[in-house]
Design a protein around this ligand. Structure first.
Ligand SMILES: Cc1cc2nc3c(=O)[nH]c(=O)nc-3n(C[C@H](O)[C@H](O)[C@H](O)COP(=O)(O)O)c2cc1C
Length: 172
């Protein structure tokens, strides 16, 4: 593999002047899309995130990274339990919904886990977690969750690539 398919390359050192380029470079890494939910002091909160990653099979650990700048940061960084919902193709509106600071659960069907974490039905997969660790990471914190329960359905994932929601067919 000699990289000959790449015609022009943009190279830079990440810093204040190249923040846009750094985002563009990171956006070349295609991800799924998740909604993280937790119970806050004022009720249930949810946030769209693509920083989710699998970490460990034994014990079962996953991670995601809440931004310190988020108004809901304290809730997500310290919640004893949280649920990670992997969105299916066609759930773009749900993804957009949870990027906004609205009354997130008004009008949405929601259930609760035995520990009280808010659960959204109808997603592609779900990981119900207890907080296992938090690691400082610049303007984000890496939150590690131990998976108490997991579930999944058949179907295709919602995909996020180069700053846009898309589907697997479009990236093939
Ligand atoms: C595709 C996508 C992925 C995102 N991933 C993250 C993430 O991993 N962590 C995070 O804190 N915010 C992430 N965000 C931003 C949040 O969804 C939300 O827009 C932001 O927290 C809004 O600020 P607020 O929490 O102050 O209302 C992502 C947004 C989009 C559209």
């Amino acid at each position: 593999m000699d990289g000959s398919a790449v015609t022009t390359e943009t190279a830079f050192t990440p810093g204040p002047e190249t923040a846009r380029l750094f985002r563009d470079a990171l956006g070349r890494f295609t991800t799924g899309v998740t909604v993280i939910t937790a119970e806050g002091a004022q009720g249930p909160v949810g946030l769209t995130a693509n920083s989710f990653a699998a970490v460990s099979l034994d014990p079962p650990l996953v991670l995601w990274s809440p931004a310190r700048a988020s108004r809901r940061f304290a809730t997500f960084a310290h919640a004893p339990h949280f649920a990670i919902h992997v969105l299916a193709e066609g759930q773009e509106e749900l993804a957009r919904h949870f990027t906004r600071p609205d009354d997130h659960f008004a009008g949405l069907h929601m259930t609760r886990s035995p520990e009280g974490m808010p659960l959204l039905p109808g997603t592609l997969a779900r990981f119900e977690c207890e907080h296992a660790a938090a690691h400082e990471a610049g303007d984000h914190v890496i939150v590690v969750g131990r998976v108490l329960r997991a579930s999944f359905t058949d179907g295709a994932p919602l995909v996020f690539s180069r700053g846009r929601y898309t589907g697997l067919a479009a990236t093939a």
